[in-house]
Write a protein that binds this ligand. Structure first.
Ligand code: C2E
Ligand code: CA
Ligand code: CA
Length: 752
């Protein structure tokens, strides 16, 4: 504190005066009488007829009163001081004090000029009362606060100022307390939260002893209202959180431990907020509790937490729970299943045509479909199922709490899966156009039990693959054999690694014939002669090799073999016009493939035109620009391109026209039923027409009967491959076979 004037401003003087009013009143009266008495006693010119007793009484009072009483000269010297004033100034006797105090203006008041100011007021009004000043305890120089009342005593006859009479009271304690209170009020008013002190009595009554303005900011309540009626605060607590809040108070009441509760309130304006209430209970002698508390607004923090939670546990696109959230729910459901003996199931849902939509119509369309799918799954699940999106087009639906025997549960889940399949089979509207898709559903049931959440997800995933493999729009339940199949595949993959190293892979070839030209070439088909498994067909290991990242090695292997074969055949007039077709894994069709092939062709010095690369139609679904580039490079090298399994994929006619494809291989699934299925006949006829009109070859695969060949010829197809013309056979057998046949059209069966 820099001076008493600051003290005037910062300390609410009125309250000091209030609090001291009673004492001051008594002291003032006493002072007036005693000072007068003493003055008179000291001045023998005036006659005074008091009894000795009265004089002694007043003297006693003067000596023992707690107020300091003084008389001083106008220039600041002390004339008299009672014991209280002597003590106040740190002296031990009046004599000592009167000797030492000679400069009240300069040495008593902390603020320079303070005495001058009071002096002026005295000249003007004759007296001052209840003036608050900071002064030095004269002897010790300790700073203290005093309240003084002084009057200017004038000569009655001449009116000249003679001296000052006054009383002084130390109020340091009061001032300090007020300063502290003022600081506290300041802090409480700028603190964001609300400080309070509440007393609750054992019979349940509550009285608000103090509440800061934060209450108004947070709860929107007037302080007066809250103080008069503390339950007006409780009335704003969210009904769902009221019990939790009451419980927290109840616990603190018994344990006397500090409590903290986060809860919601709804202000009278209807604004919902999150607040955090802390309080410390203090037991009073009468059994009441004094709660020292603080309530803060944590709405923003809660919202931020919510956002983080949403990011961590929800898929932003569909708003569905994500994998982490699902695993958590699944865990809880499985625990509940253990406790209650009920069952549940995890259904893994995968869309069959998602990739096509995403690749052909862009990610926006894909996203739109996913949102629709999420909604439909929600509709099917109603409130009973938990639905999550794991990513991509993979959704998981979980049902739990199913009672009944395993068969009944399985039947229930099966019909639920059927409802999901049916819901997703209905056309969607994407960008205003209808889009048809189907889904595959894999199911893993749980009861108790043997596997954890992650394992059940894996099982459902496996079952889903099984469902997909058995055709579109299907469901499959997990059975342990599926796991065995996976394990087997894993073992197979490892063995395949070794097979490549140990040259266990060989090739057979199947002739391709043309009505007018006879045998035109062969297709190389890979065989794996495994020492442990016997002969393994490519259907079993090629896809595996692709998944294991080995297909690139297989491709290089078959291309080298094909080039070696062409080189050998070029030297022989009976075989030099034959072409060799090889199958290439579409997943490996990446930049660099054509360059690598060109290098092999160069090194072997063969005629590139004799080599045909068979790509499945699905290759076009991958990045089609990249595929077009690679096809162009292949054509530049001179190799021919055939589109394998044609009719099963989704190539558009415009694509076909643009891409440098030489041959369409009609998939054997259409040839197989051509005699019986009119649809297949239409498809085959269309493919042949398309090929002819685009100037490409059509070659029919899997031709087994004369009838099939006859029908194919009727539709305009001239080239064939199939058991009818020749089974896949070892190369040496083929070479012997062709040498025997010589030139010309080949009809009739070749022995297997
Ligand atoms: P693909 O290219 O469509 O080969 C035709 C498949 O049909 C061959 O089965 C062949 O043996 C079989 N086939 C031929 N004529 C007939 C017939 O008249 N009736 C019936 N029912 N089937 C016939 P394979 O050899 O088991 O090959 C299966 C698939 O494995 C091939 O289908 C091809 O996609 C893949 N593949 C074969 N060799 C290789 C290879 O060296 N590399 C790669 N990447 N894939 C290969
Ligand atoms: Ca093929
Ligand atoms: Ca084929």
């Amino acid at each position: 504190m820099s001076g008493a004037s600051t003290g005037f401003r910062t300390v609410p003087l009125a309250s000091v005066a209030d609090s001291a009013a009673f004492a001051w009143g008594v002291a003032g009266l006493l002072l007036a009488v005693s000072v007068a008495l003493l003055c008179v006693a000291a001045n023998r010119h005036v006659a005074w007829r008091a009894t000795d007793e009265a004089a002694r009484g007043l003297r006693d009072l003067y000596e023992n009163i707690s107020e300091g009483v003084f008389r001083s000269t106008l220039d600041g010297r002390m004339i008299s001081a009672n014991p209280a004033l002597v003590r106040l100034n740190g002296f031990s006797s009046e004599e000592e004090m009167l000797n030492e105090v000679n400069d009240i203006a300069g040495r008593w008041y902390v603020e320079p000029g303070r005495r001058e100011a009071i002096h002026r007021m005295l000249l003007e009004h004759g007296k001052v009362t209840g003036i608050l000043s900071e002064v030095f305890r004269y002897k010790t120089r300790e700073r203290i606060w005093i309240e003084e009342s002084t009057r200017l005593v004038r000569d009655q006859r001449t009116g000249r100022s003679r001296y000052y009479d006054g009383s002084v009271r130390e109020v340091t304690e009061t001032v300090r307390r007020l300063q502290l209170q003022e600081r506290f009020e300041k802090i409480a008013s700028v603190t964001a939260g609300c400080l309070y002190q509440l007393r609750t009595t054992p019979d349940g009554r509550a009285k608000m002893l103090y509440v800061s303005v934060g209450l108004k900011r947070i709860f929107g309540l007037d302080l007066a209202e809250a103080e008069a009626n503390p339950s007006s605060i409780n009335a704003l607590v969210h009904p769902d959180d009221r019990r939790r809040l009451d419980e927290s108070f109840a616990t603190a009441r018994t344990t006397l431990a500090p409590r903290r509760t986060d809860y919601r309130i709804r202000t009278r304006e209807g604004v919902e907020k999150w607040v955090s209430g802390h309080s410390v209970p203090e037991l009073e002698p009468d059994g009441s509790l004094l709660w020292h508390g603080y309530v803060e607004d944590i709405t923003e923090r809660k919202q931020a937490e919510e956002r983080v939670h949403r990011l961590a546990f929800f898929d932003p696109l569909t708003g569905l729970p994500n994998r982490a959230a699902l695993v958590e729910r699944l865990r809880e459901a499985m625990e509940a299943s253990c406790r209650t003996g009920t069952s549940g199931a995890v259904l893994f849902v995968d869309l069959d045509q998602f990739k096509i939509l995403n690749d052909t119509k862009g990610h926006h369309s894909g996203d739109a479909l996913l949102v629709h799918v999420a909604r439909r799954l929600d509709d099917v699940g109603g409130g009973d199922a938990s639905i999550a999106r794991l990513g991509g087009d993979e959704f998981v639906v979980m049902v739990a709490g199913l009672a009944g025997a395993p068969d009944a549960v399985q039947a229930h889940v099966a019909s639920f899966a059927d409802r999901i399949l049916a819901a997703l089979a209905r056309p969607f509207t994407i960008n205003g156009a209808p889009f048809h898709t189907s889904a595959s559903v894999g199911v893993s049931c749980f009861n108790g039990d043997d596997a954890d959440a992650g394992e059940h997800l894996k099982r459902a995933d496996l079952a889903m693959y099984e469902a997909k493999a058995s055709g579109r729009g299907q469901k499959a339940f997990f059975v342990p054999e599926m796991q065995a199949a996976v394990d087997n595949r894993l073992a197979l993959t490892n063995e395949l690694h070794d097979a490549l190293d140990n040259r266990e892979l060989t090739f057979v070839c199947q002739p391709q014939v043309h009505d007018a030209r006879g045998v035109i070439g062969v297709e190389l088909l890979m065989r794996w002669n495994s020492p442990t498994r016997g002969e393994v067909r490519p259907a079993e290991f090629v896809a595996l090799a692709e998944r294991a990242g080995l297909s690139g090695m297989l491709d290089v292997y078959v291309l080298r073999y094909a080039c070696g074969l062409l080189r050998r055949w070029a030297a022989n007039p009976g075989t030099r016009d034959l072409s060799v077709a090889v199958n290439v894994s579409c997943r490996q069709l990446r930049y660099g493939f054509a360059t690598a092939l060109a290098a092999v062709i160069d090194a072997m010095r063969i005629d590139a035109r004799r080599l045909t690369v068979e790509l499945t139609e699905h290759v076009m679904l991958d990045n089609s620009e990249e595929v077009a580039d690679i096809m162009a490079q292949l054509k530049a090298i001179g190799v021919a391109i055939a589109l394998d399994d044609f009719g099963t994929g989704y190539s558009s006619l415009s694509n076909l026209k643009l891409l440098p494809i030489d041959t369409l291989k009609i998939d054997l699934s259409f040839v197989r039923d051509i005699e019986t299925d009119p649809n297949d006949r239409v498809i085959v006829q269309t493919i042949v027409n398309v090929a002819n009109s685009l100037g490409k070859w059509a070659i029919a695969e899997g031709v087994e009967t004369e009838m099939q060949a006859t029908l194919l010829r009727q539709f305009g197809c001239r080239a064939f491959q199939g058991y009818l013309f020749g089974r896949p056979m070892p190369i040496e057998d083929f070479e012997g076979w062709i040498a025997q046949r010589g030139e010309g059209v080949i009809y009739g069966r070749v022995p297997a």
